[in-house]
Write a protein that binds this ligand. Structure first.
Ligand SMILES: Cc1cc2nc3c(=O)[nH]c(=O)nc-3n(C[C@H](O)[C@H](O)[C@H](O)COP(=O)(O)OP(=O)(O)OC[C@H]3O[C@@H](n4cnc5c(N)ncnc54)[C@H](O)[C@@H]3O)c2cc1C
Length: 308
């Protein structure tokens, strides 16, 4: 069965999520195509350079600069003719679209796949990652998202052909009004190699700037616990965990975070976990490679004063 990868673009760049989806697809199919919905035809060229892609199918329309989910899901469902798999990386982009595609195709999407056992059997987390369930699909078309932290990110070096699909834009009951994006020079949270993450222990929004200073020093992304987000220390784009982002950096530095299971669900695959906390019994300390049991303000002031 051939596979279609739904490509997620950041500007003209293919996301790490999409690259992980390609790697996952290589375990399922010999024929892997990519689908791009865009307002810019030249994006087909960057996608055609991805290793492992056979044909890039591109739908170009001005309205696709900010495609609403109703339109996107209908276009994708129509493009699925002849494919056995629709695969995308786990992200807010695909979590928004793929359930609707599943409904249009009358199949049950499988989300957050971490391991592929066979052509219809997959491992995915349940209960905030406390259980890994093996699920078997009996659908003829399998719609799935894969965790970018569980699969290698496919590189470039391909030379896929590009096929333009001419399609009239489906009707929609909703309309795009505006997009508010938080802009940052720092690495993107889900793909960063280093993350400095702050929790309720920081105590205030002003104190949270100590996390930002350290992140800048380490060229790291910023993360946060839900308690820090709920308290208004930082916006919820930075939340790590079950209801936030899932990350697996080389270094996760958790400052003033207790380590509730919902937080651990988002970062427990990090390679090295360093904890700054004055409570030796905090669950976070139990899973850490290194615990600095100290007042976090002393620690952050010392680290921020350190000349690299
Ligand atoms: C359905 C559901 C989904 C959820 N999803 C998420 C999620 O996605 N992500 C998430 O993070 N949480 C999530 N939560 C919330 C989660 O249960 C916890 O409430 C939250 O993670 C706690 O955040 P925290 O560790 O920052 O705060 P706390 O648990 O209050 O921990 C603060 C820590 O700071 C330490 N500390 C305080 N002062 C200092 C100091 N001066 N020096 C050193 N250490 C200090 C304390 O010892 C403590 O360990 C969810 C909850 C539910 C019910």
């Amino acid at each position: 069965m051939s596979a279609l990868i739904l490509i997620e673009l950041n500007g003209s760049e293919v996301s790490a999520n999409s690259r992980a989806a390609i790697t996952a697809a290589t375990q399922l199919s010999d024929t892997i195509d990519a689908l791009v919905l865009t307002n810019n035809a030249s994006n087909g060229t960057s996608v055609s350079a991805l290793a492992g892609i056979n044909t890039v199918k591109i739908i170009v329309d001005d309205s696709l600069e900010n495609a609403n989910v109703e339109v996107a899901s209908k276009l994708i469902a129509d493009a699925m003719s002849g494919y056995g798999y629709l695969i995308s990386g786990s992200s807010t982009f695909s979590k928004n679209i793929l359930p609707r595609v599943g409904a249009l195709l009358d199949v049950q999407p499988i989300s957050d796949v971490c391991e592929i056992k066979s052509n219809n059997t997959f491992v995915r987390p349940l209960y905030a990652g406390n259980v890994m369930a093996t699920v078997e699909s009996s659908d003829e078309t399998i719609v799935m998202t894969v965790r970018a932290t569980a699969f290698e990110h496919s590189g470039d070096g391909g030379s896929a052909s590009i096929e333009t699909i001419t399609s009239s834009m489906p009707e929609s009951n909703s309309e795009f009004i505006s997009l508010q994006e938080s802009e940052s020079e720092r690495p993107e949270l889900t793909t960063a190699e280093r993350i400095v993450s702050g929790g309720r222990g920081l105590g205030s929004k002003e104190n949270f700037t100590l996390i930002e200073q350290l992140a800048d020093k380490l060229d790291a992304a910023i993360g946060a616990s839900r308690a820090a987000v709920d308290a208004g220390f930082i916006s919820n784009d930075y939340q790590v965990g079950q209801t936030g982002k899932v990350v697996a950096p080389k270094l996760y530095l958790a400052v003033g975070i207790s380590g509730a299971i919902q937080h651990l669900a988002g970062m427990k695959d990090s390679q090295v976990i360093v904890v700054i906390n004055n409570d030796p019994d905090a669950p976070m300390s139990r899973m850490a490679d290194l615990v600095w049991q100290v007042d976090l303000f002393d620690a952050l002031n010392e680290l921020n004063a350190y000349q690299v």
